[in-house]
Design a protein around this ligand. Sequence first.
Ligand code: GTP
Ligand code: MG
Length: 195
Amino acid sequence: MIIKNVSLDIVCGITSTLPDTELPEVAFAGKSNVGKSSLINALMNRKALARTSASPGKTQTINFYNINDAMYLVDLPGYGYAKVSQSVKEQWGKLIERYLQKSKQLKAVFLLIDIRHDPSANDKMMYDWIVHNGYQPIIIATKVDKLKRSQVQKHVKALKQGLELLAGTQVIPFSAETKQGREEIWKIMDELLFE
Ligand code: GTP
Ligand code: MG
């Protein structure tokens, strides 16, 4: 995809009704601070349209980024953020759940996992839940710039085992710093949506 124009079109909070959109959507799920908003910026060739933060819990709404009036990249709030109250966590969880279950335009779900760490129980739950809803998530192993090149395969293997990925599930190492993996992710989205 050649990026011509991008804009933040729709922001959806815990009390909002989900939008009735016309364009195909792909969503990015993952733990707080894993790099969802940074990935979306990298995909859009923007530095900061999607707001990022070194402290977790930055994205608290579902944000729909319109790409060339052809599709939406959907930035989800992160799960597992310790500092918010249980009731807020539950509300964000319900919002994400509602979106993943109800969206008619959702064509693919990417699940982001920090390549440095073994997947958490929440990551596993999210993976299983996405599968349960009929999607075959594509895994993005983020922050690969933080590992030595020689360590990458070992961590990818641990991630596959930790999540008990279904055979054939793609795992793409990605870095928002070096943009490694960006082209591969666009290729997958182009194939899924436009071919
Ligand atoms: P929430 O909105 O809180 O759920 O977080 P998020 O998943 O959107 O993460 P965000 O993109 O805000 O990134 C969190 C932190 O990780 C920021 O300080 C980013 O600069 C950093 N970060 C994200 N991606 C990468 C990466 O590929 N490499 C490195 N080194 N840092 C990254
Ligand atoms: Mg975010």
